[in-house]
Design a protein around this ligand. Structure first.
Ligand code: GLC
Ligand code: CA
Length: 534
């Protein structure tokens, strides 16, 4: 279709393995469960699957605390099963991206066990150890990313020093100022790329660069505990050099910074990231002008050198359908519009498992809370089959699920939605197919349009084809401001409006100045025979 790299062609689908599908009935999703559901990924026409960590872990942060970077945790399966999963995905033309967690390990990692054993241990300097402040408190004012944890330092009375933990105390930060650590972590990258993994999502990349002098943040206009420019980019370039030892591989960074300039710095020069997650985009309110401005900002700051990536949900954030649609009653209309936005923008869409179903957050009763940072609701297991048929595990498990499922599992499960051509799942499959078949969506140019209040619209062009995407953010109908648009006729390629019951789906087309978008509708139009002179 197009000769662009694989990671630009279609969506990258994030699997949170604990919650995808349980193959052995222990209530926890695993590789075996995932392997039996690859048809689901094929039906969405995704380019790649990104697996949240499946490595050996005591699960203090559900896999983001890694005790062996080169082995699979028994909860998820075996290294052998991971090899088979990779092979099965490749047979289907689906690439595999693993989640590499370079900033920290588990406190149960043999490196840390050695490091904490004595101040003289050869691994002591593999982590960040310091004496306390003169008042007996932690060495500086750095705070954990997780509010509930507090200071980013834990006192260890074995050796009377503090170690740095930017997340939980069970996740001590590795000391990247030590070249041995850098070399060891590069070998982890090689280990997985040698096994045929196509790419890596780099966890918490902004944390790899810290002020080596460990100065406090207070009183400074920049933060010292992350995004430390003098080292951050050289470090990333070192990682990229390793990745470039292999053909056709990709790295995407979780660069959790809310200043787009700083994010774009990690994409600069062609020798850093291939893509970065844009958290400014993820935090947008439901507002056409806000979307337009962030899309425009990325274009002007980063393109054409950097390739955009667009995402609005992951395992750390309340789900799209809950954030945007929780106004009751009308179904996930905004989540459906978002699915079109992600597919039709120039760039790579990232989808979080369950978004293709318009899944909301689950309600987690207090006694079932397991995450330290309130992220259980978006991590609820996927409902595959109606509970009325498959029991309370909804096809996710035959056992007791590790987290409760959403209340709406009967209506929102894969099996129910697959039977309904108007469902969010059917829409997601059509969008995936469209993207897979369209060079214009994959590689076409993009122009943001001035389409009037509450309307976000943009044109994609490639060769003679012109596709127009438009989203009505309002809850009333909105006319597309025709003056800003090429005149002429159009065909409707797709509308996200499911129609109220009995309503006919949007007709075949019309002329542009007459186009009225329905409430919260997103459309993709193909423009045909432009009027002469337009
Ligand atoms: C990233 C992950 C998050 C994890 C943290 C520490 O932000 O997405 O889930 O808790 O890093 O590894
Ligand atoms: Ca299991």
């Amino acid at each position: 279709m197009s000769t662009s790299p694989w990671w630009q062609r279609g969506a990258i689908y994030q699997v949170y393995p604990r919650s995808f599908a349980d193959g052995n009935g222990d209530g926890i999703g695993d590789l075996q469960g995932l392997r039996t559901h690859l048809d689901h990924l094929s039906a969405l026409h995704v380019a790649a699957v990104w697996l949240s960590p499946v490595f050996r872990s005591p699960m203090a942060d559900f896999g983001y605390d890694v005790a062996d970077f080169c082995d699979v945790d028994p909860h998820f399966g075996t290294l052998d099963e991971l090899d088979r999963l990779i092979a099965d995905c490749h047979d289907r033309g689906i690439r595999v991206v693993l989640d590499w967690v370079p900033n920290h390990s588990s406190d149960q990692h043999p490196w840390f066990l050695a490091s904490r054993s004595s101040r003289d241990d050869p691994k002591r300097d593999w982590y960040v150890w310091r004496d306390g402040a003169p008042d007996g408190g932690p060495p500086n004012d750095w705070r954990s990313e997780f509010g509930a944890v507090g200071p980013a330092w834990t006192f260890d009375d074995r050796t009377d020093q503090w170690y740095l933990n930017s997340y939980t105390p069970q996740q001590p930060d590795l000391n990247w100022d030590n070249p041995e650590v850098e070399a060891a972590m590069h070998d982890v990258v090689r280990f997985w790329l040698d096994r045929g993994v196509d790419g890596l999502r780099i966890d918490a990349l902004q944390r790899l660069g810290k002020d080596p002098l460990l100065r406090s943040n207070a009183g400074s206009d920049i933060r010292h505990d992350q995004d430390w420019e003098p080292v951050a980019h050289a470090r990333l370039r070192g990682i990229r050099r390793v990745v470039d030892e292999y053909p056709d591989r990709m790295i995407v960074g979780e660069v959790y910074l809310l200043d787009l300039h700083r994010v774009v710095d990690y994409l600069a020069g062609g020798d850093q990231l291939h893509m970065a997650h844009n958290f400014v985009f993820l935090h947008l309110p439901w507002d056409a002008a806000a979307f337009r401005s962030v899309i425009g900002d990325f274009e002007s700051l980063a393109e054409p050198d950097a390739w955009p990536a667009w995402f609005l949900g992951n395992h750390d954030h309340s789900r799209i359908a809950t954030r945007y649609d929780d106004d009751g009653g009308s179904g996930p209309a905004r989540a459906r519009a978002v699915a079109l936005v992600l597919t039709a923008l120039r760039g790579t869409p990232f989808l979080f498992q369950g978004d293709e179903l318009g899944l909301p957050d689950a309600e987690i009763p207090p006694e079932r809370v397991v995450d330290v940072d309130g992220r259980d609701p978006e991590r609820a297991p996927l409902p595959w089959r109606p509970p009325s048929v498959a029991g309370p595990g909804a096809g996710f498990t035959t056992g007791t699920p590790w987290l409760p499922l959403v209340r709406e599992a009967e209506a929102l499960c894969v099996e129910t939605q697959a039977r309904d051509p108007r469902s969010t799942l059917s829409l997601s499959r059509r969008l995936g197919q469209l993207r897979a078949d369209s060079a214009t969506l994959q590689v076409g140019d993009q122009h943001l349009l001035d389409a009037g209040p509450d309307v976000l619209a943009w044109l994609r062009t490639h060769g003679t084809e012109r596709l127009l995407a438009a989203v009505n953010f309002a809850t009333e109908p909105r006319r597309l401001r025709a003056g800003a648009l090429p005149d002429g006729r159009y065909d409707v390629v797709l509308s996200t409006d499911a129609g109220s019951p009995g309503d006919a789906p949007r007709g075949p087309g019309g002329t542009l100045p007459e186009l009225v978008l329905r409430p919260t509708e997103a459309v993709l139009l193909r423009l045909i025979d432009p009027a002469p002179g337009s």
